[in-house]
Structures are given as structure tokens and as C-alpha cells.
Design a protein around this ligand. Structure first.
Ligand SMILES: Cc1ncc(C[n+]2csc(CCOP(=O)(O)OP(=O)(O)O)c2C)c(N)n1
Length: 279
């Protein structure tokens, strides 16, 4: 278990990794990666039962995580690398031809990836399938997690999975939403309003927890609540800020899928503490 300070230090390094990777690739998705950094850092370093040394793609005997919002690959790769799933040097190859780190996660290239993603809306269904499999196998001590975007939640398949998970009483399923209020074309409410997400998930029969996705006490508290099973799948709605940690990216959808220039990269890195060494 990491302390709050340690988690915060790792998250700072992960944010540096994201900025450097996307700058080097000259493309990618920094905004949502930076908004979900604290969530995934806390998840991988303190919450999930998963060990890089014994990781198995069939998810048996360990927790599973599906990045449903597959465009958030930069944060996923950085957290996996820093947690010991693969050599951090691989991060330099993001989006390059032949690299194991494609622009959206591909399964079978690096440990830690159970399911390819990038086509929005599918990952919650995959996580629900894993959770149901664990129930059928009577594997009670491990769970399935999925991270969704709030823009992604405009996809119909999300709500099919929501009904499926309640129907099968998948209380071993923990979904999380990076609720940054932005998506590719602008604020969610101006693209296709999703309204009060908490009311929606509640009305679908889920156990809903709302937390601050940039406060580790709040994130860990939400995970603790989610651990208490009560017969329902859990949705943790994490309030976040697009581009969090880099002042000129913060709060703007324009950084959804755009690479910083070399100068912008330096300016961003200067705002982020280096703790583990750049790859
Ligand atoms: C099925 C599908 N439709 C459209 C896209 C293109 N797309 C990629 S990311 C994105 C917006 C997602 O918004 P959100 O989930 O809020 O992510 P964020 O902007 O916070 O990174 C869209 C429309 C896609 N990847 N898959």
C-alpha cells in the first residue's frame, strides 16, 4: 500500500510520462489521460488485486481492469509501466509503427491489457462478462473494474451493459467514470447532454458513489465503499478536470486529442514534479 504522498508523487510522474509520450508521438489524447491519472494511479497501486509478475490474460485469481475509454491509452500505459508491467523505455514508442504501444490498447502485446479498446462503449460489457465469469467460477475474492469516459457514456451499449450487470447482480463489478464534463467536440452538455449521471445510474439500479477524482483521500474512500458488496454493481463517478495538472490544458476540450509542441511540452514538464525519472 502506498501513502497519499507516494500516490501523489507517482501521479506526477505519470503525468510527465503522458505529456512526453504524446509530444514524441505528435498525436494522442492528453486531456482525458491527465484527468484520469489520479484514479488509475490509486486503482493500480492501492486497490486492485493484480500482480505484474503473475498477470494472466484470463483474469483468473486476480482482479481485471478494462479501459473502456480506449483513447486514454497514454495514462494506461504510463501507470502499467510505472507499476512494473513492462519496461518504461517502451513508452518512447507510443503510436510508432511496430510498437507494442499502439494509439489504442491492443491485447497480447503487453501484460496488463485484457481487452482491446478504442471503439467507445464496449468495455463495460467486457468487464461485466468477466464479472459474470467470476460468479460462475465461484471466484468470490476478485473483481472486474472498468473506466468509462463521460462522453463515452453517450453510447447506447453502455446502458445495455448497465441493465445486464444489474440483472445478474454483479456486485463484483466496479465501473468508474472520468466525469470531466468534456468530450472531443466540446462540453458534454452542448454535444449530447447526459444530465445528472448519478440519477441515471441510480435509476438503472446501480450502487452509485460520487467522489473527487483529484483527491486521493476521496478516491480511496470511494474504493473502500465499493468494496462493501450489497448485491448491486457499483459506479464511481469521479469528478475530474480535463488536462488536470497542466495549467494551459486544464478545463479545455481542445486538449482532448492534440499533442503539445516541444515548447508546450517543456512548459508542462516544468509544472510537474519528477519522482521516478523520465523514461
Ligand atoms: C464508437 C466510437 N465513436 C466515436 C469515437 C471517436 N471518439 C474518440 S474519443 C471521443 C470522445 C470521448 O469523450 P470522453 O469519453 O468524455 O473522453 P475525454 O474527452 O474526456 O477524453 C470520441 C467521440 C470512438 N473512438 N468510438
Amino acid at each position: 500500500m502506498k501513502t497519499i504522498q507516494e500516490l501523489s508523487d507517482i501521479a506526477s510522474q505519470v503525468r510527465r510520462d503522458i505529456v512526453r509520450m504524446v509530444t514524441a508521438a505528435k498525436s494522442g489524447h492528453p486531456g482525458g489521460s491527465l484527468s484520469s491519472t489520479d484514479i488509475l494511479t490509486a486503482l493500480f497501486f492501492n486497490e486492485m488485486k493484480q500482480d505484474p509478475k503473475t498477470w494472466r490474460r484470463d483474469a483468473k485469481g486476480q482482479d481485471a481492469f478494462i479501459l473502456s475509454a480506449g483513447h486514454l491509452a497514454p495514462v494506461y500505459y504510463a501507470v502499467l509501466a510505472r507499476a512494473g508491467y513492462f519496461d518504461p523505455a517502451l513508452m518512447a514508442g507510443l503510436r510508432k509503427f511496430g510498437s507494442k504501444l499502439q494509439g489504442h490498447p491492443a491485447a497480447g502485446y503487453i501484460d496488463g491489457v485484457f481487452q482491446p479498446s478504442g471503439s467507445l462503449g464496449q468495455g463495460l460489457s467486457a468487464a461485466a462478462g468477466i464479472a459474470l465469469g467470476k460468479k460462475l467460477d465461484a471466484e468470490d475474492d476478485t473483481r472486474a473494474f472498468a473506466l468509462l469516459g463521460d462522453g463515452e457514456s453517450e453510447e447506447g451499449q453502455i446502458w445495455e451493459a448497465a441493465m445486464f450487470a444489474v440483472h445478474h447482480k454483479l456486485d463484483n463489478l466496479v465501473a468508474m467514470t472520468d466525469w470531466n464534463g468534456m468530450q472531443i467536440d466540446g462540453p458534454i452538455e452542448t454535444v449530447t447532454g447526459i444530465g445528472e449521471l448519478n440519477e441515471k445510474w441510480l435509476s438503472f439500479g446501480w450502487d452509485v458513489i460520487v467522489a473527487d477524482g483529484h483527491d486521493f483521500e476521496s478516491i480511496l474512500g470511494a474504493f473502500e465503499l465499493a468494496r462493501k458488496r450489497n448485491g448491486k454493481p457499483k459506479m464511481i463517478l469521479f469528478r475530474t478536470e480535463m488536462g488536470h495538472g497542466v495549467d494551459f490544458m486544464a478545463g479545455s476540450h481542445s486538449w482532448h486529442g492534440k499533442a503539445p509542441s516541444a515548447e508546450q511540452c517543456e512548459a508542462a514538464l516544468a509544472q510537474l514534479k519528477e519522482t521516478l525519472g523520465d523514461y
